[in-house]
Design a protein around this ligand. Structure first.
Ligand SMILES: CSC[C@@H](O)[C@@H](O)C(=O)COP(=O)(O)O
Ligand SMILES: [Zn+2]
Length: 218
């Protein structure tokens, strides 16, 4: 069944909340980033940010509802995010996903560059891994990294191939991250946990390097 007016409005309000929270952290430089919240399962429909908007601001023209082919459900002059296909891939592959958030940050870009030539970033034994819903002792996670194909259908297909139910996110090399969850609260928690892990790891490598270069006989 199609989403009701109330369901759409609720999704738009939740997107406003997520958008303003991430904007305060400077997670949308240069109009980058896109956000979505699912509003109907069968057929799939989700609210997604309109393309090219300044995501640090709120306006009445920020979101639209699209279908499983990433096409607007209603007549509108708004264009869905250029990367809507990636959101659709996530919802189709994981029917339990209810929200999907994409941000470009310096830390997620640095991690993907640090592991240039590799197809994943792994980290173990960090408490914030639990923020991803992984509670085992000394857990390790592997976040897939895909190349930043300019052609969005190619990029979406590459993402579709590597994402798994184990880890709710994927890095795009020198571009950004997509993270998702059962709802907007969970997707936000996952995104925050990933960003913490990326920054922690990059800073740790930096500090280790500084210690080595200040150690006598090095
Ligand atoms: C302006 S740089 C970012 C874009 O190329 C893209 O990667 C992005 O995240 C935002 O695209 P958008 O179409 O506004 O959703
Ligand atoms: Zn992007």
């Amino acid at each position: 069944m199609s989403a009701t007016f109330e369901q759409r409005l609720d999704a738009f309000r939740r997107l406003d909340d997520a958008k303003l929270t991430f904007a305060r952290r400077d997670w949308f430089p240069g109009t980058s980033g896109n956000l979505s919240i699912k509003v109907a399962n069968d057929p799939l429909q989700f609210a997604v940010t309109a393309s090219g908007k300044d995501k640090t601001k709120l306006s009445p023209e920020d979101y639209l509802i699209v279908d499983s082919d990433s096409r607007p459900v209603d007549e509108t002059s708004l264009k869905p995010s250029a990367e809507t296909l990636i959101h659709a891939v996530v919802y189709k592959k994981f029917p339990q996903a209810g929200a999907c958030f994409h941000v470009h940050t310096v830390w997620n870009n640095l991690i993907s560059e640090l592991y240039f030539g590799q197809r994943a970033f792994s980290i173990q034994g960090q408490e914030l891994i639990k923020g991803l819903g992984i509670w085992e002792e000394n857990a390790s996670i592997t976040v897939p990294i895909v190349e930043n194909f300019a052609d969005i259908p190619t990029l979406a297909a590459a993402i579709e191939k590597v994402i798994t139910p184990d880890v709710p996110g994927v890095l795009i090399r020198n571009h950004g991250i997509y993270a998702w969850g059962g709802n907007d609260f969970e997707a936000k928690r996952h995104l925050e946990a990933f960003e913490f892990l990326f920054e922690y790891h990059a800073r740790l490598l930096q500090l280790r390097q500084a210690v080595v270069s200040h150690t006598p006989n090095n």
